[in-house]
Design a protein around this ligand. Structure first.
Ligand code: AMP
Ligand code: MG
Length: 358
């Protein structure tokens, strides 16, 4: 069992800022280049220049490079359209036209914005697609993150009002009512990219493959021998590494939101990258991480963020609306809570973490 170290990279991050992959794929890594293979040795390609992360595709069927090229092209297109940091993206365009005029989006971007909007409304703002100004204020994605003073948070509060995001299905446009508003798809776009990757890979007739999108795992089928993929759930303790348990899955996406994924330290406190719009601070609901196992990677991504912000009890309640979504919560006290459907498929490997029940 070899561990692939899919560490998320970010060119702007300073050394104090942690930035680690959420889950670890436990599979045989053959090489970082592409090759035709059969049985247990996958054809594998890795890219380091997309979505600010490391993307590895491993295909266990006989394929040529076309499938890899098409997946990476599609992901590159998604990044160019949906990035909040690229000045020419559609999302940046919408922010530039805030308080001025609606901006017509491409079909694909509109679809993702719409899904982000819907989960925002459904979660009452726990997931907030209009969180952009708060993320910028904290500078969490930059080389110099900082803790803002209360007055700064109050000053931008109205810019986080998702009711001021106006979507029109008729012409696929988005209008941000106040100057300074911006949409941030950081909690969902990678999930969407995972679903697109799986769709492209399957269109080549592939039956066994795995995509590691910076820790978001998308499995296609099972392993070539018919067994399940084994996915390691990352140890969420800051300063530690490795995994604390293993999930066995087939044809599922596995996505984690965790406080250890991106953070900085200031005045003896750690501040992470998932914000609660109500406080203006990183969400603090007693959780270190939430892993969602779901059919769709987009669902797993958006739900892991929602549930991380809602916390254990409200998160479990919220998940009742998503029948195919299972969850593994890890609390500050190193307790593990699970939804019933995943209990038999998860094994703890680090005995400091104790399975608990409500
Ligand atoms: P994830 O790792 O999927 O939970 O997404 C975290 C990223 O989504 C952050 O880096 C921000 O760009 C953005 N984000 C932070 N807080 C929220 C929130 N409450 N709702 C939606 N997006 C958020
Ligand atoms: Mg997410």
């Amino acid at each position: 069992m070899i561990e692939i170290k899919g560490i998320k990279s970010h060119r702007h991050l300073i050394f104090k800022t942690g930035f680690f992959t959420a889950v670890i794929l436990l599979a045989a890594l053959v090489c970082a280049c592409s090759s035709k293979t059969v049985s247990d040795s996958p054809a594998t390609q890795t890219r380091y220049d997309l979505l600010n992360t490391v993307i590895t595709i491993s295909i266990y069927d006989d394929v040529n490079d076309d499938v890899f090229n098409e997946v990476f092209d599609r992901i590159s297109g998604i990044e160019k359209a949906m990035s909040v940091t690229l000045a020419n993206s559609e999302i940046s365009g919408a922010a530039a036209m805030a308080a001025k005029s609606p901006v017509v989006l491409s079909e694909e971007t509109y679809l993702v914005v719409k899904e982000a909007y819907d989960i925002t409304v459904e979660s009452g703002g726990a997931f907030n697609l209009a969180i952009g100004p708060l993320v910028k204020l904290w500078g969490i994605n930059t080389a110099s993150p900082r803790v803002p003073v209360r007055a700064e948070i109050e000053h931008i509060k109205e810019l986080l009002d998702y009711n001021a995001v106006v979507l029109s299905d008729t012409d696929r446009s988005v209008y941000l009512t106040f100057e300074g508003m911006s949409i941030d798809l950081g909690a969902i776009a990678k999930g969407y990219a995972g679903d697109v990757a799986a769709e492209v890979i399957k269109s080549y007739g592939v039956k066994h493959a795995i995509v590691d999108l910076g820790g978001n795992i998308i499995t296609i089928g099972g392993r070539p021998d018919g067994s399940a993929w084994r996915i390691g759930v990352r140890n969420p303790i800051i300063g530690e590494s490795g995994y604390i348990g293993v999930i066995s899955v087939q044809d599922k996406s596995v996505v984690t939101s965790g406080s250890y994924e991106r953070y900085f330290e200031s005045g003896g406190h750690y501040y992470h990258h998932i914000f609660d719009e109500k406080t203006g601070y990183p969400a603090d609901t007693g959780l270190l991480s939430v892993t969602i196992i779901s059919d769709r990677s987009t669902d797993a991504d958006k739900l892991s963020t929602v549930v991380f912000v809602l916390g254990l009890r409200d998160g479990l309640e919220f998940l009742k609306n998503y029948k195919d979504a299972e969850a593994i919560f890890i609390t500050n006290g190193l307790e593990i809570y699970m939804t019933p459907g995943i209990i038999d498929s998860f094994a703890v490997t680090d005995n400091r973490f104790i399975i608990a029940s409500e």
